[in-house]
Ligand binder design. Structure first.
Ligand SMILES: [Zn+2]
Length: 262
């Protein structure tokens, strides 16, 4: 049982931003299944807030396409189709090629050291099999680079796209793929440090292409999950607790194919 469920009043007065952030983090950590119903009443109970705040949060998440609002049925986590998924990765390629090109020119030693620490944290999460933390760190690696480049608009757009990418890779993740993905992050940092712009572009494209090759695996919708658990404390706060492994239909991640998570 999460800390949050034991004491919902702890969250009394949770802001709209907090609710948006907690749901976004749960998506990044892949703790909510695709198409999950986000019941207003339950969210009110989880966060100890009024329906107004919950609706504001859901509307904001709907604008960034993470949530779908269905008339008379309520809010659901989005379920990207393979075509939407392809478009999301196409958008990431366009945006990230420019962000990485700028970063290759401007990255300071402090920036690169911070990224190396980020990759070390990825590898630690992989080694400890902390799936939610691992998923979040693999995604936020890209957003950190956008932040370091310093364009807030691009950072916001990319953060939304990375979160939506987490929906796409929800069932396609495996430890081997995550490890491979983290290795690719390390190779990117080395190429950036060497200021090898064409190599950075090549590595980035290959990195983002890996997921697209596995898009055919997207299917079905999930059913078993606990909203309060999924929206509980973020991975870094779950000390001493077994990492959640909540994926669609309560099954373990597919081991057959080995997709990547950029
Ligand atoms: Zn990546």
């Amino acid at each position: 049982m999460s800390r949050l469920r034991k004491s919902p009043m702890e969250n009394a007065g949770a802001s709209t931003e907090t609710i948006v952030e907690r749901i976004t983090t749960a998506v990044l950590e892949q703790r909510l299944p695709l198409g999950a119903k986000l019941g207003e009443e339950k969210l009110c109970a989880v966060f100890g807030v009024s329906r107004t705040k919950v609706r504001q949060a859901l509307n904001r998440l709907a604008r960034s396409k993470l949530v779908v609002l269905k008339p008379r049925r309520g809010a659901f986590l989005a379920e990207p189709t393979p075509e939407e998924a392809r478009q999301i990765f196409e958008a990431r390629r366009v945006i990230e090629c420019e962000i990485f090109a700028q970063f290759t020119r401007t990255a300071s030693e402090a920036d690169l050291a911070a990224l190396e620490r980020h990759v070390q944290a990825e590898r630690r999460a992989i080694r400890l099999d902390d799936v939610p933390l691992r998923n979040r760190l693999l995604g936020t690696f890209h957003v950190r680079i956008a932040e370091m480049v310093g364009n807030k608009v691009l950072t916001e757009i990319l953060a939304d796209l990375v979160t939506r990418s987490s929906l796409i890779t929800l069932l396609l993740q495996s430890t081997q793929a995550a490890s491979c993905s983290s290795d690719e992050h390390r190779a990117l940092i080395a190429a950036i440090r060497a200021r090898k712009a064409p190599l950075v572009q090549k590595l980035l494209r290959e990195h983002l292409d890996h997921v697209e090759r596995d898009l055919a695996d997207i299917d079905g919708r999930g059913s078993e999950f606990d909203l309060a658990d999924a929206l509980g404390p973020v991975a870094a706060e779950r000390k001493g607790k077994a990492p959640a492994r909540r994926v669609r239909n309560g099954s373990t991640p597919s081991r057959g194919r080995v997709p990547s998570q950029p």
